[in-house]
Design a protein around this ligand. Structure first.
Ligand SMILES: Cc1ncc(C[n+]2csc(CCOP(=O)(O)OP(=O)(O)O)c2C)c(N)n1
Ligand SMILES: [Mg+2]
Length: 581
């Protein structure tokens, strides 16, 4: 044994944790394991660092994702070696696809143990492939290497996670045994870094800006459009959503806000056409309201009807604006692709609009807004004695308290909220894992989102998605989350697909009923459990759960076939009422 190994481990781990904190990464999601001991010891000794500890690495990785969705800042994820690392892949894929920053710190065995059959040793350095923005395999801590190397590596990692395109960054960290020195002396880093509190290398903040000539040229194109639409896709903050809303105002175009745009709930824009998804279910509305042009700001919008509507319209221009260089154009219709800071872009367009106001078609705006308002009234009729899925989504959107956040699971919960959410509720932050649209890791995402916001969170989730991440209920003992599970005994979304007619194999392969209730799971994790039988009870239990300050699981039982029939009926009624107008 080299007697300098434990000292070097301690120093390097310390430098890594402290430098991350100095770079603004002060939240660490940790699962237990031996190889990561130096990192955990450094974390425990750093009183500026905060943490979330949970036994399951898939959960801690999704918690890190949820935290970054709430704060806009990456969290660090600490794991031991082996399959623990592999369990991070789903969250890394989501973070990569949706541009969410994250720092992955994976402990590994030193070179002399790699590819030797040593225990819990796998090929880790490139395990996340192209899903990470940057990766680096640090050497095992060694007193002959200048510790400044560790600091500049961490600074680079933090920068690469946060600069455009944002996303996950991976530092693979080898440690030799023994992991820790006997005493708990914390070695100081290089001077003068050790005496200060700034990062060793300070990276200047940069953001892509659009040159003035491009703004002017775009404005000349847009100002002539009579029938344009502004789509607010997935946006990271209310501030961004409001900027897009002002852009719609300056153009005099209807604003179509996705559920993740941060301006769908509690929206108060005059241009608002909140119920565009339900509106587009009506053929006659869609035909009569074909736009000439669209400006889409932010990530992909959820509504398939919107995607099809814009995809077939032959729009010119079709402008996409987002904070990364990637193509966002599944229909291959985009004419102008703009990588820019969303708030800056919208402000620049509003400025030129004021200098040179556009031709406005007031009837175009009014047509969308009034039809949308009509849908809102029509949707108030979806209440019945027993709670149904659209009603629960609408009730949550109306009753979620102003000091909460909202996480919505993939599959029908996010679609229901997108289609049916009332716009009169509170403008709470909304998160949904729609980068890769997985149903995995949703409970953990909610736990991380709540920690990041420092607020309670409501999680609207289906039964299979909840079963998928049941482990993560353990995190809700410390973080207040109101879990509303729509238990339709299987994958309700599949009943909307053509394959639902294939009775000979649909139920066992797609419906996949599990026949479970969630009372025992709530009990196992010490969560309060409610099972409302009526709509009035649901609203009452939900409000009380929100006020409680500790986690509650509310289970609503529904029926998949009735649910499809209800959706179709509601959307037909909407189409009728809008058509009559
Ligand atoms: C990790 C992952 N596996 C599989 C899928 C495919 N998938 C999409 S929706 C769904 C069913 C979800 O069921 P549930 O959570 O109960 O919601 P419901 O459809 O009933 O609204 C599945 C399996 C997915 N999106 N992600
Ligand atoms: Mg279900």
């Amino acid at each position: 044994m080299n007697r300098e190994t434990p000292q070097a481990n301690r120093l390097w781990a310390n430098l890594i944790v402290e430098e991350l904190v100095r770079c603004g990464v002060d939240f660490f999601c940790v699962a237990p394991g031996s190889r990561s001991t130096p990192l955990v010891a450094a974390l425990a000794a750093n009183d500026k660092a905060h943490n979330l500890v949970h036994f399951d690495e898939r959960g801690t990785a999704f918690a890190a994702l949820g935290y970054a969705r709430a704060t806009g800042r990456p969290a660090a994820w600490i794991t031991t070696s082996g399959t623990a690392v592999a369990n991070g892949l789903p969250a890394v894929v989501e973070a990569s696809t949706d541009g969410v920053p994250m720092i992955l710190l994976t402990a590994d065995r030193p070179p002399e143990l790699r590819q030797t059959g040593a225990n819990q040793t796998i090929d880790q350095p490139d395990i996340f492939g192209d899903f990470v923005r940057w990766r680096f395999d640090l050497p095992a801590p060694d007193p002959t290497i200048d510790p400044a190397m560790v600091l500049t590596t961490v600074d680079q990692a933090a920068y690469r996670a946060r600069r455009s395109p944002q996303g996950p960054v991976h530092l693979n960290l080898m440690f030799r045994e023994p992991f820790l020195p006997e005493g708990d002396d914390v070695p100081a880093g290089p001077s003068p870094w050790a005496e200060g509190d700034e990062p060793y290398t300070r990276y200047a903040t940069t953001k892509p800006t659009l040159v003035e000539a491009e703004i002017q040229a775009l404005w000349q194109t847009l100002r002539r459009v009579n029938r344009g639409l502004v789509v607010a896709g997935r946006l990271a903050s209310r501030k961004q959503g409001e900027a897009v809303s002002r852009l719609a105002g300056a153009l005099g175009w209807p604003l179509l806000p996705d559920i993740s745009s941060q301006v769908r709930l509690g929206a108060d824009s005059e241009n608002l056409a909140a119920y565009y998804d339900a509106l587009l279910a009506g053929e006659s509305f869609a035909e009569a309201h074909a736009p000439e042009a669209v400006v889409h700001v932010g990530g992909r919008a959820l509504s398939k009807r919107l995607e099809q509507f814009l995809g077939r319209s032959g729009l010119d221009p079709y402008v996409v604006v987002r904070e990364n260089p990637f193509r966002l154009d599944p229909s291959h219709r985009v004419t102008h692709s703009i990588e820019a800071d969303v708030v800056d872009f919208c402000a620049a367009m509003v400025r030129v609009a004021m200098e040179d106001p556009p031709d406005e078609d007031a009837s175009w705006m009014a047509g969308w807004r009034e039809a949308s308002e009509k849908v809102g009234h029509s949707l108030d009729g979806i209440s019945s004695a027993e709670p149904n899925e659209p009603f629960v989504a609408r009730s949550v959107s109306r009753n979620v308290p102003h000091d909460h956040g909202l996480v919505v699971a993939s599959s029908m919960p996010v679609r229901d909220l997108d289609t049916y959410a009332a716009n009169g509720g509170e403008p709470v932050p909304v998160a949904a894992n729609r980068g890769a649209s997985g149903i995995d890791g949703t409970v953990a995402t909610a736990a991380g989102f709540a920690r990041g916001l420092g607020r309670p969170v409501t999680l609207l989730i289906g039964d299979l998605a909840l079963l998928y991440d049941l482990n993560s209920l353990a995190m809700l003992r410390d973080v207040p989350v109101v879990v509303v599970v729509l238990n339709n005994d299987g994958g309700g979304i599949f009943s909307f697909l053509p394959v639902a007619k294939r009775k000979e194999f649909f139920e066992p392969y797609f419906g996949t009923p599990q026949g479970v209730g969630f009372g025992p799971a709530a009990g196992m994790f010490g969560l309060r459990y409610e099972r409302p039988e009526t709509t009035a009870e649901f609203t009452e239990f939900y409000r009380k759960a929100c006020a409680r300050g500790s986690s509650t699981l509310i289970e609503v039982r529904t029926d998949r076939e009735e649910n499809v029939a209800l959706h179709r009926k509601v959307l037909e009624e909407v189409a009728d009422s809008v058509g009559r107008a």
